[in-house]
Design a protein around this ligand. Structure first.
Ligand SMILES: [Zn+2]
Length: 255
């Protein structure tokens, strides 16, 4: 039997039939935003979608999950000074997430997993989850692919791990994203408050935050060392992320 996990390719009757087997749906979520001179604006939703597809393929024998079409726009006002970025408001994004989850739940998907690829979306996701809690007949889970390997990433890549960096470029490249190899640049990003506000997603405490535009911390749009990126590093990280995504689906599949 062919592994048909793309909801968009299925008829309504096939979806109805699938629900007799499996009630898990994955919803890839990303952004359309600048990723420096070497990576296209689709990078966040491209990576999230690839991970969702690979997860569905890998768990197929035990769990015939479906993957919805990706949410390709996210919350990216902090990238709007770079051309090609398209942002939703936080309210639009959280409403969109909730509407998609309510639709899936109404049809019988009882476990919905938002596979996120963009840090800027986390508040909107969390707002949507709080909003749905208690008024949706499903469990809605949220995970960020980059958190799935957060404990190992620093052993593999050059920090900062932030934006269009060594890590993100390596993973995107390995997964098949277009990479303009000779346009890759290194820009560690401007430290806004020394010791407290450092552009690095894995920076250790102490930490403080402030609202800022990416233009304030980077000229190129990159925060990190994208010239260090390789497909080999991307594979190391992607394999680990996938292994943990698969474990997660197996765990919720038992519930
Ligand atoms: Zn990104």
């Amino acid at each position: 039997m062919e592994k048909e996990y793309l909801l968009a390719n299925m008829t309504w009757q096939e979806v109805e039939k699938r629900l007799e087997d499996c009630d898990i749906a994955l919803v890839p979520l990303g952004s359309t935003e600048q990723h420096g001179p070497a990576l296209p604006v689709s990078t966040d939703h491209f990576i999230a979608t690839q991970f969702a597809h690979k997860t569905a393929e890998t768990v197929w024998d035990n769990h015939k999950v479906v993957v919805t079409p990706p949410i390709t726009f996210g919350f990216s006002p902090h990238h709007m000074e770079f051309k090609g970025t398209i942002t939703l408001s936080e309210l639009t994004l959280s409403s969109m997430i909730a509407d998609i989850c309510h639709s899936l739940a109404q049809h019988g998907f009882k476990k919905i997993v938002i596979v996120n690829g963009h840090g800027g979306n986390e508040t909107a996701i969390s707002n949507a989850l709080h909003d749905m809690h208690g008024n949706i007949d499903a469990k809605v889970y949220h995970l960020n692919w980059y958190d799935m390997a957060g404990d190992k990433i620093k052993e593999i890549v050059t920090p900062p791990v932030y934006h269009a960096c060594d890590m993100e470029t390596s993973v995107a490249w390995y997964l098949g994203q277009r990479v303009l190899e000779d346009k890759r640049v290194d820009e560690p990003g401007k430290v806004l408050v020394p010791g407290f506000i450092i552009p690095d997603g894995l920076a250790p405490p102490p930490r403080a935050t402030v609202s800022y535009s990416f233009k304030e911390i980077t000229e190129s749009g990159v925060v990190g060392y994208s010239t260090k990126a390789t497909k080999e590093k991307g594979k190391l990280i992607a394999d680990l992320v996938l292994e943990r995504l698969v474990s997660f689906i197996k765990e919720i599949g038992k519930m």
